[in-house]
Design a protein. Structure first.
Length: 206
């Protein structure tokens, strides 16, 4: 075998190994219109404990949220994403977090933004959360990156990441799922949560 052919094969193998590592890393780490305002009135929100559930879930409602270091447009889209989920599943509720000096800072869901291009533009947002030994979700974080997808339309990327924080994973990659909002690749601006996933969330949160 010539030296040039040996080098060529080595380069190809290196690319395949890097691509494989990238695929495994991203699968392991994604756990990933009309404006509607969230009702923050006291009458609307009464803390409700959710227990005795075996599936992955939050153990209370409403969930507090805070949005940090995001431009106005991304704040608007994050709020619209939460309002969308409230509309789809009645007993899922969000309220803006109020922090008092001297208290520990601990919103249930923390949204933050970075004006950077991730992974060649393929990653536009990411979601992470912790899980207790009771299968309860805590400390959800959503990172929004440099994306201008579906401007002035349904905030599909924000909804997609928010649903990750409710235990929803990605759909299969076959074409029949491409209008499902949990499709793992580029989402159409009319992508929506499936009736099956809505029913499942309702079964958890009542």
């Amino acid at each position: 075998m010539s030296k040039e052919r040996f080098i060529y094969i080595g380069i190809i193998l290196g690319i395949l190994i890097i691509a494989g590592i990238y695929f495994i890393y991203n699968n392991d780490n994604e756990q990933d219109s009309e404006e509607i305002e969230i009702d923050n009135s006291e009458d609307y929100f009464n803390m409700r404990e959710i227990s005795n559930i075996n599936v992955l879930h939050w153990n209370h409602m409403p969930l507090t949220y805070d949005i940090y270091d995001c431009p106005a447009e991304k704040i608007k889209r994050a709020v619209e994403a939460m309002a969308y989920l409230e509309d789809k599943v009645e007993n899922i509720q969000f309220i803006e977090y109020e922090w008092n000096v001297g208290e520990e800072y601990e919103p249930d869901i923390f949204w933050t933004c970075e004006d950077i291009q991730m992974e060649g533009g393929f990653v536009v947002a990411e979601a992470y959360y912790d899980i207790t030994d009771k299968n309860e979700i805590v400390n959800g974080t959503i990172w929004l990156y440099n994306s201008h997808h579906c401007v002035n339309q349904r905030p599909v990327n924000e909804i997609h990441e928010l649903l990750h924080l409710f235990g929803l994973g990605h759909t299969p990659t076959s074409s029949e799922y491409w209008k499902d909002i949990m499709y793992p690749y580029a989402l159409g601006c009319d992508a929506d949560i499936s009736e099956k996933d809505i029913a499942y969330r309702k079964s958890v949160y009542g």
